[in-house]
Structure formats: C-alpha cells, structure tokens
Design a protein around this ligand. Sequence first.
Ligand SMILES: [Zn+2]
Length: 169
Amino acid sequence: MQDPVEILQRIEQLVERVKRRDSYGELLARGNVVVALSDIQDPDKWRADLRRQARADRIKIRTGVNEGLAYALLAGGETSARRQEGDRYRAAMREAIPRAAVLRHQPAFLLHDGDETVCGCERCSAVGLVDAGTNRLIGGALFEEDCPQEDPPALTAATMVFGDASHGA
Ligand SMILES: [Zn+2]
C-alpha cells in the first residue's frame, strides 16, 4: 500500500509541471510541438530558442513555419532513450491497468509526463499514479481500493490496450 498523501502530492506536482511545460518541454515530452503564430510574438525567436536549447542538450531538431503555424520536431524520429521510455511505460501499464480493472474501475489516461502517468476512473473519483521509472510505483485509490460502482466495468481504451483482469493480462 502506497502512502495516499504522498501519491496525491506527486499527482499535484505532475499537474503543475505539465501546466508550466513550455514549448521545449512539450517537444521533449511528445516528440513534436506546434503553436499558432498568433500565440508567439516572434516565430524566428521561438525557433532560435528551441534550437539553442536542443544544441545544449545535443538533440537534433527540425523547426519550421507554415501558414499560421510554427513547429518543431525531434529529428531522426525515436531516439533509443525515447524507445526505452516507451518500453518501460508499456510494461508498467500492463501491470497497473489490470489492477484497476479487477477493482471494477474503468481506468482512463489523464496526464502523462516523462515516466509518470496519472489515470482516473471514468465512473468514480479515484485517481492513481504510475511511475514507470527505475523505482516503479503504482499507487492511489484507482489501483488499491474498490470502485463504489457495483456493476461490472465497461472496457475502456486503457483496458483494451493493456488488458483487463478477465484476459489475465
Ligand atoms: Zn471507479
């Protein structure tokens, strides 16, 4: 059983972090970032800022401006670091999502940043945190307490991809 207070604090921190995420953070987290030109004052400066930060991190990116939009992409597609992050994420979710399903929750993805993901039940207020990093953590009511709804849960995108208990995933 994870400390529920600590889990809620970590979820709040994650929400704050995602809210503050700037274009560069978005680029690293998602592999691409697109903004409306009306949302940035100077597209050349926006692109130069991203290229400068990427150079400092030794990351290759491509930037451009289209009609009304500026964008940046990680060059060369998936890096091995991103691929490993993806593998860790899927392994953690295959462990976490069936746990929520067996407790009758209908898990849905709410937020994702780096190795951390917040999931919530579609039919009650339970939330849970999955940290797929080195110290893997799966905690919160979603993964530890029964859903108050008595009838069997419907499949969700999460249980279809990562398995529900009835499929023994
Ligand atoms: Zn629930």
